[in-house]
Structure formats: C-alpha cells, structure tokens
Design a protein around this ligand. Structure first.
Ligand SMILES: NC(=O)c1ccc[n+]([C@@H]2O[C@H](COP(=O)([O-])OP(=O)(O)OC[C@H]3O[C@@H](n4cnc5c(N)ncnc54)[C@H](OP(=O)(O)O)[C@@H]3O)[C@@H](O)[C@H]2O)c1
Length: 247
C-alpha cells in the first residue's frame, strides 16, 4: 500500500494567513536525502505527519537511511519511505538536498517528473579557502537560479540554506530560526512559507525573487564561521517583522 497522504491545511487555509494560498495535499520528496541536510528535512516533515520519500541515487542507501532514522526516532512512527531520486521527484513537492556540484545533474535527470511542481533548492556553493569557508559564485549568480534555469517547467524556490543540519535533525530540540525564502512565483513563495511555518521552531520569511538567492546562499559560509568560532549551531532570526495574526 502506498503512503497515506494528508492535507496540510483545513480548506479555510492557515489561520492568520490572509492571502496565503491553501496548500494542496502534499507528499514531499527529498532528493539526496541520505546526507545530513536531507535527513533533517525528511525527519522534520515526517515529524509533522507528512509522508516523505527519502531519495538517493541508490535505493539501498535510501532504505538504510530510513531504517536508521526510524530506529533513532523509534517512538514517533515517522512516515518515511525509501526510494531512488526519481521516486522522490514524483512527490507533490520536492526538496533537493545534494551538494551544489551535483545538483544540476540530479534535477536535469528528473526534469520531467519535476515539471509543474514546487522544487526547493537548499544548496550552497562554497569551499574552504585556507582555514575559512567561503562562497563560490556560480555563473548564474546562485545555485537556486541555476536550478531554476535547468527546470523551466517547475516553480523553483530557495529555502533552508542556513539551517544547521545536525541540530535541525534533532526532533527533540527544535531550532529557533527564520528561513529565508525566495522565488519568482509569489504563490509558490506563499505555499512554501506556509509549509515552513508548520515546522517546529521555524518561521518562513518571504525574501523576494530569485535575485535574492545570491545573497542568501553567500551568507551561509559566514554562519559556518560563526559556528566554528563560537562552537555552536547558529541560525538566523530577522527582527522588525509584523506579527502574524494567529501566531
Ligand atoms: N549540512 C548542512 O548543515 C546544510 C545546511 C543547509 C543547507 N545545506 C545544503 O544542503 C545540501 C546537502 O548538504 P549535506 O551536508 O547533506 O551534503 P552531503 O552529505 O555531501 O550530500 C547529500 C547527499 O547528496 C548525494 N550526493 C552526493 N554527491 C552527489 C552528486 N555529485 N550528485 C548527486 N547526488 C550527490 C548523496 O546521496 P546518495 O549518494 O545517497 O545519492 C549524499 O548523501 C548541500 O548543497 C548544502 O550546501 C547543508
């Protein structure tokens, strides 16, 4: 039997989110879900009861990852399902959690399956320069824009770039963080912000079009340096935003 799907919002939409789109029934696929970032995304969405397809280039690695995550979070009955990256791409909404230098190969191979869907890119292009982590500038300005160009039939959204995966993957201790979201499609932004708002401790923040992706991605190495210097798992909060009614 296939995974059970659930409706994320009541038909009336999320309370206190006027103008926010109602979300359709959602099953989430994560491509490259065997790494720390993809595992964190997977357990967080599964933790709020959403079916997650844990994708990998290898079905065996995906199965091992699901087994390990279910063992780790034994009491929670997480709706995690292993599959290859094509299976993850077949979900309603897809997060791509591969390293930046593998992301175009990954999404291009799945272009057909990803057509018409929201595809979230969380990849940061960065490298070590001496002791420091530094951003790399892709020819398109950002990885997210490169993904959007590779997927002209998808609604590509940048999000989750700054969340420290190790800490975010701990279901017992939710992060306290904002998630900067950017996209050229306002409705897709609204859907992703509303989705993020459901995750424990997180608030989605609309940061504008994909032209913001360069700055968002390039900030990540600075946060990694903060982590290194303060021996912590830093995350961002943006001040000065109006409170959302109902929150
Ligand atoms: N780690 C973090 O704290 C964090 C936080 C925010 C954002 N991110 C971003 O999230 C992405 C994943 O981070 P990560 O630390 O989880 O990375 P990772 O462990 O290096 O890679 C994640 C998974 O991607 C797959 N993969 C590796 N190389 C690939 C390639 N060349 N082509 C296709 N798939 C490949 C592998 O899965 P299979 O071998 O099973 O296919 C791997 O387990 C990165 O782009 C990173 O910038 C990371």
């Amino acid at each position: 039997m296939g995974p059970v799907r659930r409706r994320l919002y009541p038909a009336s939409g999320r309370p206190g989110s006027p103008g926010r789109a109602n979300l359709p029934t959602v099953q989430i696929g994560v491509m490259g879900a065997t790494g720390p970032a993809g595992q964190a995304v997977s357990v967080q969405f599964a933790g709020i009861g959403i079916d997650v397809i844990v994708g990998s280039r290898s079905e065996e690695r995906a199965a091992d990852t699901v087994t390990a995550l279910k063992e780790k979070w034994g009491g929670r009955e997480l709706p995690l399902h292993p599959g290859d990256n094509d299976a993850a791409a077949a979900a309603d909404l897809v997060v791509v959690a591969t390293p930046w230098d593998g992301i175009l190969t990954t999404v291009t191979a799945a272009e057909e399956g990803l057509a018409g869907k929201i595809v979230i890119s969380m990849a940061n292009a960065l490298t070590r320069w001496g002791k420091d982590m530094v951003p790399l500038l892709p020819p398109t300005g950002s990885v997210t824009v490169a993904v959007a160009r590779a997927l002209p039939r998808s609604r590509v959204v940048g999000a989750f770039h700054h969340l420290p995966a190790g800490a975010w993957g701990d279901l017992d201790h939710p992060l306290d963080a904002d998630v900067m979201v950017c996209c050229d499609d306002r409705k897709a932004t609204d859907e992703v912000v509303a989705l993020i708002d459901q995750l424990p401790g997180l608030r989605g923040v609309d940061c504008g079009s994909l032209s913001s992706a360069l700055a968002i991605e390039a900030l990540t190495p600075a946060l990694l340096e903060v982590n290194r210097r303060y021996k912590t798992h830093a995350a961002l909060r943006i001040t000065g935003l109006p409170e959302r009614p109902g929150t």
